[in-house]
Ligand binder design. Structure first.
Ligand SMILES: C[S@@+](CC[C@H](N)C(=O)[O-])C[C@H]1O[C@@H](n2cnc3c(N)ncnc32)[C@H](O)[C@@H]1O
Length: 262
């Protein structure tokens, strides 16, 4: 990953980003797991919420970002909630996992369908795998960003970072992948309508995610790029009379359970 995350920027919309996590884990039927893992755990407060739901479990959050992992410290509970540095593409569990969650992380990982199948193989009998990925790569936030990344003024540094519309699976694709891994699976999609406050709120949102690596790659050219992107976002997402801005945000969910015998 070319630039590290900014936990304060990411947490500016913590409530909006937490709701999909809650909706995801509500689909998990496990009652009393022993081993729970949150892959791409970010700042860790959502990981800690898993320990609140399953107080008897050992919960581990895994992430590769030094900045995000530093922010997890306040959520660690010795013996119950721990965090570790690892790359999702090479991570392997020490033993079978009862609940494996990954919220809003797999879109950063190329070839994640293959990875998901590997994770399914790490489940204990009866174990659960649940993941959520943003499905908004065709939305103006991403389409406008892609256009600017490919503009000749910036394409030498940002072209490879342009969001593409095929970077995540749709619900049918997720269903196929988890079924191929032998899991009884349910998938769905939801479009959240976020009501954002403050000026240039949509810009603030993407600064915490998809815009971050692009600005880092552009260096001194970042302010000019961002100003042009901000203009385009204001047109695509005009503020309402009360100053709020609506941001529709599609997300794709998948929850699968391994059979109880192997
Ligand atoms: C959008 S944040 C989501 C964080 C958290 N799951 C949440 O729902 O708030 C994506 C997280 O995935 C992590 N991530 C992305 N690619 C990764 C990789 N290859 N290995 C480990 N973590 C990764 C990032 O560091 C970041 O913390």
């Amino acid at each position: 990953m070319p630039a590290d995350w900014s936990p304060p920027q990411y947490l500016r919309f913590a409530d909006e980003r937490a709701q999909p996590f809650r909706d995801l884990v509500s689909g998990i039927g496990e009652v009393d797991p022993a081993v729970v893992v949150d892959l791409g755990c970010g700042t860790g407060e959502l990981t800690a919420s898993l320990a609140a739901r399953w107080p008897g479990a050992r919960v581990t959050g895994v992430d590769s970002s030094a900045a995000m992992l530093a922010a997890t410290a306040e959520h660690a509970v010795p013996g119950q909630v721990t965090f570790e540095a690892a790359d999702l593409t090479t991570w392997t569990p020490a033993g079978p996992v009862d609940v494996l969650v990954s919220n809003a992380a797999l879109q950063w990982v190329p070839d994640h369908p293959r990875l998901v199948v590997e994770w399914a193989g790490a489940l204990a009998p009866g174990g659960w795998l649940a993941f959520q990925v943003p499905g908004n790569h065709a939305a103006p936030t991403h389409a406008l960003l892609a256009d600017l990344c490919r503009d000749p003024r910036w394409s030498d540094r940002a072209g490879a970072l342009a969001p593409t519309t095929d970077s995540v699976l749709d619900p049918a694709g997720c269903l196929g992948v988890l079924e191929s891994a032998g899991l009884a699976t349910r998938t769905w999609e939801t479009t959240y309508l976020h009501v954002l406050t403050g000026p240039d709120a949509v810009l603030g949102w993407v600064r915490g995610s998809v815009l971050r690596p692009v600005l880092a790659a552009l260096g001194d050219d970042a302010p000019g790029f961002e100003a042009e992107y901000a203009d385009a976002l204001r047109t695509a997402y005009p503020p309402r009379p009360d100053g709020t801005t609506l941001l529709p945000f599609r997300r794709v969910f998948a929850v699968g359970q391994r059979g109880t015998s192997r």
